[in-house]
Design a protein around this ligand. Sequence first.
Ligand code: NOJ
Length: 758
Amino acid sequence: MNTLKIKLVSFILLFGLGLFSVKAQEKIDQVEALLSKMTLEEKIGQLNLLTPGGGIATGSVVSNNVEAKIKAGQVGGLFGVAGPEKVRQAQKIAIENSRLKIPLLIGSDIIHGYKTTFPIPLGTAASWDLELIKKMAETAAKEATADGINWNFSPMVDIARDPRWGRIAEGAGEDPFLGSAIATAMIKGYQGTNLKKPNTMMATVKHLVLYGAAEGGRDYNSVDMGKVKMYNQYLPVYKAAVDAGVGSAMTSFNDIDGVPASGNKWMITDLLRKQWGFEGMVVSDYTSVNEMVAHGLGDLQTVSALALNAGLDMDMVGEGFLTTLKKSVEEGKVSEESITQACRRILTAKYNLGLFNDPYLYADESRPEKDILSQENRKLAREAARQSFVLLKKHENVLPLQKSAKIALVGPLANNKNNMLGTWAPTGDPQLSVPVFEGFKNVAPKAKIKYAKGANITNDPDLAKRANVFGTRVEIDERSSETLLNEALKLAENSDVIVAVVGEASEFSGEAASRTNLSLPESQKRMLTELSKIGKPMVIVLMSGRPLTIEDEFALPASILQVWHAGIEAGNAIADVVFGDYNPSGKLTATWPRNVGQIPVYHSMKNTGRPIEADNFQKFKSNYLDVVNTPLFPFGYGMSYTEFGYKNLKIQKSQIAQMEAVEILVDVTNTGDFDGAEIVQLYLRDVVRSITPPLRELKGFTKVFLKKGETKTVKLTLQPNDLKFYNGALEFVAEPGDFEIFVGTNSQAELKTSFKLN
Ligand code: NOJ
């Protein structure tokens, strides 16, 4: 570079830095100026998120006298309020009637799309497509901000290795590497590059920490985990979110080493703020401060003080902060400085969102019409759904179907709008979703399609009742099971092919929806068994919010397509895949066990001191008497209408130095009869190290599109951090020695190479 260029670059850099620090200083000045005017009561007031009720909320709490509280400066944000008019009205009360005119945060759960509902997160994760995931988050932000929301309680990044836990549906699955990449993409999508833009919103990483490891998969249950496992397997996702610049973090319901997350100083202050450098605000989960009373840590005043002293900034709907903190200050249990600090973080978040400049930034009445549920958004939902589907089994090339086929479309989910959106889609309208029957008619208008319900989702009235809290998801038909079944069998006999759409109701998964039996309900199992006896080609389209145990169905002569709960465009997207307009390419991001007794089963398990070989039972080895160790479908698994071959795995160097990246090349060929995409995966094994290593861990992936017959050389790069782990002293290190690399189509890939780290 010549000197002129150097001068120019330095000038730009300095100018940029200067601008940056002027802006940062402005923010500090404005927030501090405001803080200096606030009374203790007003500062405490900012630490409360209240819900006026009538909106969308997960719990039963409704705050009283919200309007009066806003006027009195006792509210920092609202939850469960939507629509630009309502939001304008709420902001107006704060701006025109409260002493300091501080605008409100307007929070909501936009988990998989706002009104344009995308597939459940476990489904979109199966696309392994970070650009697509980011685009969905951007679209969700555009729709939600058009409706007045400026703060989103997403992404949920909790690593989940227990499919009994209903909330596995809400996250990206079992793996920290993939989970971190997805969390980053979602945060970038929600927040954009400038939070002050009216179409971006503040994201919340949740639930810190370890919520997905609840004992027995029972929601809200205790977690007990050693630090080495925590740091290596469970914490990286939250840290990745912090590194991606997430604006807020939500504490979890569970305890960690005996202290619930919302009162856990080690977690909030030492780990999140000091070790990871998080500068944003921390909000509790819904009444999780109050719940520390039931956890057994004291009365409301005690637990509220515990939470504040731990570093929690905002109390979600519990009003423990509002009603007890002043007393705690007076009694010397909480310092005013800690309250000022929590308030400072909340005001800073409001500043970052641009609310001090314009409190009505997110209350533009002209936006909903153009930004919400547009054709473009629905198109994205269809694309996302197609990419989320996982072909679990191919039977005799039944799929894809001819568009002229005579089809018996059967099953309780085949013509059902109420279960398409999936769990935690309270802002979506099930009536706007496309059921499978309609999608089939749209995509294959010439096919002769007849529908019969065939079975109830379940015949168990208690289960049905529990799944119906958000509307009717499970209807038990007035007709008898025999009548339903016979109708389906009759249709099947008179058709070329059977498509059975079965699975879970959407509220069989999600919050407070844990199950101990992960099979299909008996009603549906019976229908499938009887249908399979007819001897017609059969396709099972399986909907669920989690991995299910489907060994019996796997043994039936049928192809199986896993479609999760696919969102507003479910039916169209399923038809696209079933009729071959789109070749499925999704891969599982959580292992599917053979039975519940195998749980937990995941790809990064350890060898143990007594491993077995090739699923052969051996006495005094680490295995079961009654089931093999391998799962039904491993992590990363998913088939395609075509086949892919892997060859020529090469590593750029066989010896590498510390802090050196290394490139890996592999030839992937589409050897089948359809064009299609393949998700190429790289797994790493650290052969010997100071802490027992997992057998393999995902450390790279890429999605490649190949025309039939085409070969591409795919490049994957291992970064220096990919070789590191937290050792016994919790230092993040790469230990010299041998590493093995496996590349292929799922976590059981066998193509292997190795290198040495010096
Ligand atoms: C409880 C859930 O755990 C959390 O994820 C959600 O954000 C809050 N309820 C608010 O709905």
